[in-house]
Write a protein that binds this ligand. Structure first.
Ligand code: DGJ
Length: 726
């Protein structure tokens, strides 16, 4: 890991263990992107610049600067001065002009990784990380822009963010401040993204790139299930172990854009940052704006090294929770068990039965507060409904604890129902445009968390509840998008700041929560996995992956999620059949196998399970304890994908010392006459001898010839195959 500036060549070179990232100074003023890829050793890179191809550099051909601008690979391209590709930065002056010319002013290399005020961000101390800051300036506007590049020891990622400071005498309007931009010659790249929907999150999609702009994005006020703040450009034929991959992932939970643009010269520009749609931030003299960070990853050997880089980075330098490396309690959540129809007796009955079978925590989901017996009221009234829960929270929690279980609780802090005492008292606390009816979604509005008094009031209510009983876990839900973007507290020319300010409010709330309750296990959720992103992982070590708990549907959802995020972050539960989301019936064992690849828990009325299933719960909870460490800390290898082969799914985890592995196999469809498979494993030590079901195999055989998996008759069967060093 190192950062170099070659003064002779005017080249910046950032090295991670296996990758290099290079920029060139042109004419002493313009910063160009030169290279990102496999590690290189020379700074002799100026031949890459387009000076020779399009010899219009301003110093030699003043009358042809536009040709130069159009054909250059700028490191941080801007709007309004002749670059017609989509920019990374757009500013409007008080005179109404949309243009900037950010000129190079210098650089600094700092040990460590600076925090981003109010934002989630990767972290690392001076021994394991360093940061390059490149200073740019627009003299006319008095704007200073700092481009930050951070790297971590042993991790092939480059983390970028940008800071804008107004040193001028007038305010400016920032209309676009993206966080990362790379540009390179096209190599028939394809674009890999993770689109989806409610209950169908993060399905892997690969598409060819044509001329023009293609993007994934959200301006729904959250990262969303429809699109994911991730994009990778891959060369044709890329699979787990082959092909080049350029990936970006946004450490942010609000609006985003991930875009690729292919231009006439067959260059591609890849950008990521806060979505410019509706964004307009007024920056007063003396103020600064910080754009959240993007994690850039390059892999020369397919998707697997990219996945490992993201997993390592997030486990070592993003997630802060004390639970990260701890065994998480096996929880049972009452949502699919009871929905709103529960009382203290029902919950205590569930706890007693669950505890006897090895489950360790009861989570009381939606419906415990205000007068909420359906989903059309009371969000915002975070006081226990004592008619429903007789004896209140202290009684319920103590009774649950008597069974030996911990207690967890659900909140949806960002919301307010029109039918709530909170809304009746503070109708202006909902995000709204005066004179327009607020659009409802699930009979709720969104709280105006751009206002400090609203943030404080919500926090106080949560705090009161948490103080009232021994609560070990909070599920933080968020069940709608932002509409009617108006805040009663912001002036007209700051209404374009709402979505980002709203996210800053959410982050502030979660930061306060985990600071005041350091032992609390926080799980984020958003109508299932609608806000599963690195921003949220900074606050919570696990996120509910999807409201679709069907074991087969989960295969694609968890495959897409695990492409970037560690298995230890994926909330996964066993639920009843026919499945509530899609109506399918799968074996209880298979539901257990699939949930075991995540944080593991149950989402069912355990008092109604058959004795056979109860016995399986006992086995599964034991299995969880046996394998949890391996699943949470092991290296993940995707061996086969049901989404690709339409037949079966297979992946494995391997311990760091390669002495233990666990293979997950799900036979989705049985095919006549196909009674076994040989699946070549990865990640083992070829020279070690392993035991599989009591038989010895060398690592060499298991990886080259393959693991033999015998297939049971019927659909939806599964196997967990343990591999241990002899
Ligand atoms: C959506 C979540 O994804 C569910 O798990 C559940 O908590 C409901 N909200 C409750 O309203």
């Amino acid at each position: 890991m190192s950062i170099i500036f070659d003064e002779k060549e005017n080249i910046f070179l950032i090295h991670t263990e296996n990758t290099s990232y290079a920029m060139a100074l042109v004419d002493g003023t313009n910063l160009h992107h030169v290279y990102y890829g496999k590690r290189i050793h020379s700074t002799n890179l100026r031949y890459v610049l387009c000076e020779d191809v399009y010899p219009f550099i301003p110093s030699t051909a003043k009358r042809e600067t536009n040709g130069y601008i159009e054909s250059s690979a700028f490191e941080y391209p801007q709007t309004g001065m002749g670059d017609y590709r989509d920019s990374a930065f757009c500013v409007k002056s008080m005179d109404g002009h949309r243009a900037s010319e950010l000129v190079y002013r210098g650089y600094e290399i700092k040990a460590g990784k600076p925090a981003l005020p109010g934002l989630p961000a990767t972290w690392g101390d001076e021994k394991v990380s360093s940061t390059l800051c490149i200073y740019l300036e627009d003299a006319l506007l008095g704007l200073k822009v700092t481009l930050n590049y951070s790297i971590f020891e042993g991790i092939d990622a480059i983390i970028r963010s940008a800071t804008v400071e107004n040193h001028g005498s007038e305010a400016v309007y920032l209309e676009k401040v993206l966080s990362s931009c790379i540009e390179m010659r096209n190599r028939n790249f394809e674009m890999l993204t993770l689109p989806g929907s409610w209950a169908r999150e993060r399905h892997i999609q690969k598409m060819p790139i044509g001329y023009g702009r293609q993007n994934a994005g959200s301006f729904r006020g959250k990262s969303s299930p429809q699109e994911h703040p991730f994009m990778a450009l891959v060369t044709p034929g890329t699979n787990q172990t082959q092909g080049e991959v350029y990936a970006m992932n946004f450490v942010y939970s609000g609006n985003f854009i991930a875009q690729v643009e292919r231009n006439e010269f067959d260059f591609v520009r890849m950008t990521m940052g806060i979505h410019p749609e509706g964004f307009c931030w007024k920056l007063q003299p003396g103020e600064s704006f910080v754009a959240p960070e993007v994690v850039n990853v390059y892999s020369a050997n397919g998707l697997e090294p990219m996945t490992h880089t993201f997993h390592h980075l997030y486990r070592k330098h993003l997630i802060r929770s004390p639970y990260l490396h701890k065994e998480r309690p096996i929880l049972i959540n009452n949502w699919e068990a009871t929905y709103f129809d529960f009382d203290e007796k029902k919950l205590i009955d569930i706890a007693k039965e669950a505890s006897a079978l090895g489950i360790e925590m009861l989570v009381m989901d939606d419906g415990w507060f205000g007068k909420r017996d359906t989903d059309d009221c009371s969000l915002g009234d975070w006081q226990v409904n004592e008619e429903k829960l007789k004896g209140g929270l202290p009684y319920l929690v103590e009774e649950v604890k008597k069974t030996g279980m911990k207690f967890g609780i659900w909140f949806e802090p960002e919301m307010i129902c029109p039918d709530s005492d909170l809304f009746r008292a503070h109708p202006d606390w909902a995000i709204q445009i005066p004179g327009r009816e607020i659009i409802q979604s699930r009979a709720q509005y969104v709280l105006d968390l751009t206002r400090q008094e609203v943030v404080d009031a919500v926090y106080d209510m949560i705090d009161q509840v948490l103080k009232s009983a021994d609560i070990s876990y909070v599920k933080w839900d968020m069940n709608r998008f932002l509409t009617n973007l108006g805040s009663a507290a912001l002036p007209a020319d700051r209404q374009g700041e709402i979505c980002h300010r709203f996210m800053l409010g959410v982050y502030q709330l979660q930061e306060r929560l985990i600071t005041d309750y350091p032992d609390l296990l926080l799980e984020n959720c958003s109508s299932g996995g609608g806000r599963f992103d690195p921003g949220m992982l900074y606050y919570s070590p696990q996120i509910w992956c999807s409201d679709d708990t069907d074991a087969i549907e989960r295969l694609a959802i968890q495959e897409g999620t695990a492409l970037i995020y560690p298995l230890s972050t994926m909330g996964a539960h066993v639920s009843v059949c026919p499945n509530h989301a899609i109506g399918r019936t799968t074996p209880f064992e298979t539901r257990g196998t699939v949930a075991l690849a995540g944080t593991f828990g149950y989402e069912l009325d355990i008092t109604k399970l058959s004795d056979v299933d109860k016995a399986l719960v006992k086995e599964q909870t034991k299995q969880y304890h046996k394998y949890h460490h391996l699943v949470a800390e092991g290296e993940y290898y995707r061996l086969a994908s049901y989404s690709e082969n339409n037949t079966f799914d297979c992946f494995m985890v391997v311990s760091e010392d390669k002495s233990q592995a666990l293979v997950f196999y799900v036979q989705v469809l049985f095919h006549a006459q196909v009674k076994s498979r040989l699946i070549p494993l990865r990640g083992l030590d070829s020279s070690k001898v392993y035991l599989v079901n009591g038989t010895e195999y060398s690592g060499d055989l298991l990886q080259n010839v393959g693991l033999r998996v015998d297939i049971e008759l019927g659909d939806f069967t599964s196997k967990l195959i343990e591999i241990v060093e002899k």
